[in-house]
Design a protein around this ligand. Sequence first.
Ligand code: NAD
Length: 256
Amino acid sequence: MGLLSGKKAVIFGVANEKSIAWAITEAFKREGAELALTYANDMVAKRVRPLAESVGAELVLPCDVRSDAEIRTVFGEIGQVWGGFDILVHSIAFANKEELKGSFLNTTREGFAMALDISAYSLVALVKEAAPLMQGRRGSVLTMTYYGAQKVFPNYNVMGVAKAALEASVRYLAETLGPDGTRVNAISAGPLKTLAAAGVSGFNQIAGHVEEKAPLRSNITQDDVADSALYLCSYLARGVTGEILFVDSGYNIIGL
Ligand code: NAD
């Protein structure tokens, strides 16, 4: 029996085999979950479809989270095929590359709105449609954040603001869904080489600093995040909601 045997999980945010969402998908598969994956657009579909096939995902659906219509279609389809489901993973973020370098004052009104829409509001939009399908199943919602929500990191800029909104949304959603038994948590992951990280200027410098200063003196891996995701989405974390769990080799506890 796996930790997630008999559970159905919908995972948003696989772009390629380096994606945090992909490591989570593999861990969930290993522990017996049935899987549905979504992908942002046709460009990533080419990579995601074979990956989804390799884990026997029952559903592979397009979903640009800027579109309420696409979100409704996804959960409509999931409702038809599965009736309901237990786990929702949101592993999505986006901001203009030009706004992830240099001065925070270069943030535009449009760039700010887009980063907040895709990286923070999308969690609320997904949960809104998912909640009726998760009702009464003691399910779990999980999203991905970064320490830049709480402290200032060079170049992280508007994404730090978006992650702060995301972390606050986790707490409000946890309170909203709690009476029904659904839990909502986030993992605050240390730096990982992925497509999203490539958009943040000076990423290598941050990773080097973590390796030197974090209590564990190493960077984390996607699998480290996936195993913590497994815990948060399983029965083992039944008493945990509204939390931000740091998976960062302990970096966040260091003052100097
Ligand atoms: P990734 O690029 O593999 O994943 C980001 C995903 O967001 C991609 O699948 C992309 O297609 C999706 N996406 C972007 N715009 C979208 C849209 N409009 N609609 C639907 N999907 C959209 O990179 P990742 O590092 O695995 O990022 C996953 C999450 O982890 C993000 O929230 C990121 O901020 C967070 N995170 C990453 C790191 C890191 O260092 N890589 C650290 C902490 C937190």
